[in-house]
Design a protein around this ligand. Structure first.
Ligand SMILES: Nc1nc2c(c(=O)[nH]1)N[C@H]1C(S)=C(S)[C@@H](COP(=O)(O)O)O[C@H]1N2
Ligand SMILES: [Mo]
Length: 557
C-alpha cells in the first residue's frame, strides 16, 4: 500500500477546510522513510530554484513535494487563504517568520530549524520563508499539504513595499532601473485585471517623494476661481470607477527591425486596471473655465532633463477640452481598489481612458487652463508621429491607442503536440471596442475568427482564444489581428511614419509541433477561472456608477 494512501484518503474525504492541527496531525502519522522511497522517482532538483511537484489535488486540497538544493529559498510569502502543513522528509529546513513593520515593510522576527521528520503548520496571512541553509551541499525535501488548494499566494520583499498577488507571477522585468522602466512579462498574464504588482512602470525622471499632508493640487490659469485642493477635499467630491487598458506608446519597441532610440520595451508595457477617482470635469466645473480656454495642461511633481533638453523641466502634457471634459477622464487616487503606489503616481494622477499612457500624468500637482495650444517637450519633441498629408507629412501628437492584439500563449519558441492546442491572447482598440480577432497559423495567408472570452467593457482589453486543431507536425507561424468596432484593422507591418511609437503590427509566435499527442490545456489558463481578481472585477463591473454629472451654463463651462 502507498505510504501516502492514508493521507490521501483523509484529504479526499474532506468536505470543508480542516483545522490546522488536523492537517498537521495527519502529516505526523506519515512514515517518512517509506514516503521518501515512494516519491524518489518524482523528485527533481534544479539550479534555477526550488522545485514544486504537485502530487495530488482535490476540491479541498493540494499536496506538493518540494525539492531544495543547498542555499535555495522560497520567496517571503503567505498563503492568502489556505492552511499549510509541512513535513520535512529529508534534511533540515530553516523557517523564518516575518511581521509587518510600520508602513507595510516586512521585518524578520525569528527563525528556527526544522530537523528531519519535523512538522510545521502555518495559516493564511502568516508571513514566512523556507530555506535550505544546511552545511555543505545537502539537499532538502519537504512535503506540503494546502487546504483549500493554494491558488494564490502573496509574496513580499524586504527591500521594497511591492507586494505580490499571484503565485505564477514573477517580478516585473526591469528594462531600465533608474529611472524605473519595468514591464509585465506577458506570459504571466492570467487575469483580465492586471495585478498592481505586475503593472508596468514608465518613468522619465526619478520618482518624486510626496508628503500627502502638505500635498496640494493647484488649479489655475484661465479660470474664474483658482484653488488648491487637498486630498480630503477631492475625496468629498463624487467618485467614479472606470476599467481601462493603458499601453505605453513605445510598447514593443525592441521588436522593430530598424532599431529606434528610447526605452527598449518588450510586449509588456501594457496593463488593465480599475481606476477610481474624481471626474476631472467636476474639478474644472468648480474652477469655472473662461471662454478663451483652449487646452488644459497637467503637470507632474517629477522633474529632470533629457539628452536634447539640458534645462530641467517638469513632466507635463495637455488635453483638448473635449477629452478633458469627458466624464470618464479622471483624477485617480486608487488603482484596482488600492491607493496608488508611489511608482504609479501617488497620491493623484490623471487618467485618460483609451489614450496612450503618456497622457495620464502621474504625481499630479498642477492643472492649468490655457488660451493656446500647449507645446511642451512631451508632445512636440517626443511622443509625436508623422502623418501623410496632401503635400508630404505633418507631425501629430500621440493620443488615442491604436488597434492591437497580442498572443500570450503559446509564446514564440514553444513546442506543442498534435490535437487541440489552445491559443490565448488579448486585443484592444483604445477608445473603440474590439469587434473581433482573427488568427492565422500560416503566417498571414489565411485567417479564421477567434472567440472573444471573459468580461467586456468600454476601454478594456478583450481576452480571446482559438482552439487550433493540428494534424501535421512541423513549424508554424501564428499571427493574430484585431478589428475595432469602427472598422480599423491591425496592420501586419510597422508604419515607418510612426517611428518608435504606435508599434501595433501583428507580431508572430513561431512554434513547432511534434509528432506526439498534445497533453492538455495549459493548467494556468484553467486557473484563470479561479483568480479572485476577476471575480472582483466582474462584481464591480455590474455595479451602477455613482455619479450623475450636470454642468451649469453661463459662467464657465
Ligand atoms: N509625471 C509623470 N507622468 C507620467 C510619466 C512620467 O514619466 N511622469 N510617464 C507617462 C508615460 S509615457 C506612461 S506610458 C504612463 C505610465 O504609467 P504607469 O507607470 O503607471 O504604468 O505614465 C505617464 N505619466
Ligand atoms: Mo509611455
Amino acid at each position: 500500500m502507498s505510504a501516502l494512501a492514508q493521507l490521501f484518503d483523509y484529504l479526499d474525504g474532506l468536505r470543508q477546510r480542516p483545522a490546522l492541527s488536523d492537517l498537521a496531525g495527519k502529516l505526523e502519522q506519515l512514515d517518512v522513510a517509506r514516503t521518501l522511497e515512494e516519491l524518489k522517482p518524482k523528485l527533481k532538483f534544479s539550479d534555477a530554484g526550488y522545485q514544486r511537484i504537485l502530487l495530488r489535488e482535490g476540491p479541498q486540497y493540494h499536496v506538493w513535494a518540494m525539492c531544495w538544493k543547498n542555499g535555495q529559498r522560497s520567496p517571503i510569502h503567505d498563503h492568502a487563504a489556505s492552511s499549510c502543513a509541512l513535513r520535512v522528509l529529508r534534511g533540515t529546513a530553516t523557517a523564518t517568520r516575518f511581521e509587518f513593520a510600520a508602513h507595510g515593510h516586512v521585518k524578520a522576527v525569528g527563525s528556527y530549524e526544522l530537523g528531519p521528520g519535523s512538522v510545521c503548520a502555518t495559516q493564511d496571512s502568516d508571513l514566512h520563508q523556507i530555506s535550505n541553509l544546511q552545511e555543505g551541499t545537502a539537499d532538502l525535501v519537504t512535503l506540503h499539504v494546502y487546504s483549500p488548494p493554494l491558488l494564490r499566494m502573496n509574496t513580499y520583499s524586504i527591500t521594497s513595499l511591492i507586494r505580490g498577488e499571484d503565485v505564477w507571477a514573477e517580478e516585473r522585468r526591469m528594462v531600465t532601473a533608474s529611472p524605473e522602466n519595468s514591464e509585465m512579462m506577458m506570459q504571466n498574464m492570467h487575469s483580465w485585471v492586471t495585478p498592481n504588482r505586475l503593472f508596468f512602470v514608465r518613468n522619465h525622471f526619478d520618482e518624486p517623494t510626496i508628503d500627502l499632508a502638505s500635498w496640494r493640487l493647484r488649479v489655475e490659469g484661465c479660470v474664474q476661481r483658482s484653488r488648491q485642493w487637498t486630498m480630503p477635499d477631492l475625496l468629498s467630491l463624487p467618485q467614479r470607477s472606470v476599467f481601462a487598458t493603458v499601453e505605453c506608446a513605445g510598447n514593443g519597441r525592441s521588436f522593430l527591425t530598424a532599431p529606434m532610440p528610447g526605452v527598449q520595451w518588450g510586449a509588456g508595457a501594457i496593463g488593465h486596471a480599475e481606476w477610481t477617482g474624481v471626474p476631472l470635469a467636476i474639478v474644472l466645473e468648480q474652477a469655472g473655465l473662461k471662454s478663451e480656454t483652449q487646452e488644459i495642461v497637467f503637470e507632474g511633481a517629477d522633474r529632470g532633463t533629457e539628452a536634447d533638453h539640458p534645462q530641467p523641466m517638469q513632466f507635463a502634457r495637455s488635453l483638448t477640452l473635449e477629452k478633458a471634459l469627458d466624464p470618464d477622464t479622471l483624477l485617480v487616487h486608487r488603482m484596482n481598489g488600492e491607493p496608488l503606489r508611489p511608482n504609479h503616481g501617488f497620491p493623484l494622477r490623471l487618467f485618460v481612458p483609451g489614450w496612450y499612457g503618456v497622457a495620464s500624468v502621474k504625481w499630479l500637482q498642477k492643472i492649468e487652463a490655457i488660451d493656446r495650444v500647449f507645446e511642451g517637450y512631451y508632445q512636440t519633441v517626443k511622443y509625436t508621429v508623422k502623418r501623410r498629408t496632401g503635400k508630404g507629412t505633418c507631425s501629430e501628437v500621440v493620443g488615442p491607442m491604436a488597434v492591437k492584439s497580442e498572443i500570450i500563449r503559446p509564446q514564440s519558441g514553444a513546442v506543442l503536440g498534435l490535437g487541440t492546442n489552445r491559443l490565448f491572447g488579448v486585443a484592444w482598440a483604445g477608445e473603440e471596442a474590439v469587434a473581433g480577432v482573427d488568427v492565422s497559423i500560416d503566417g498571414g495567408r489565411t485567417w479564421s475568427p477567434a472567440q472573444l472570452i471573459g468580461p467586456q467593457a468600454k476601454y478594456s482589453w478583450n481576452m480571446w482564444e482559438y482552439l487550433w486543431e493540428v494534424a501535421q507536425p512541423g513549424s508554424y507561424q501564428i499571427l493574430s489581428r484585431a478589428i475595432s468596432t469602427g472598422g480599423r484593422i491591425q496592420p501586419i507591418q510597422h508604419d515607418v511614419l510612426n517611428g518608435g511609437y504606435l508599434i501595433h503590427h501583428s507580431r508572430p509566435a513561431n512554434v513547432r509541433v511534434e509528432a506526439r499527442q498534445h497533453i492538455q490545456a495549459e493548467r494556468a489558463d484553467v486557473e484563470t477561472l479561479f483568480y479572485d481578481m476577476n471575480a472582483y472585477a466582474e462584481r464591480i463591473l455590474h455595479m451602477p456608477l455613482d455619479v450623475e454629472m450636470e454642468f451649469s451654463t453661463g459662467e464657465g463651462i
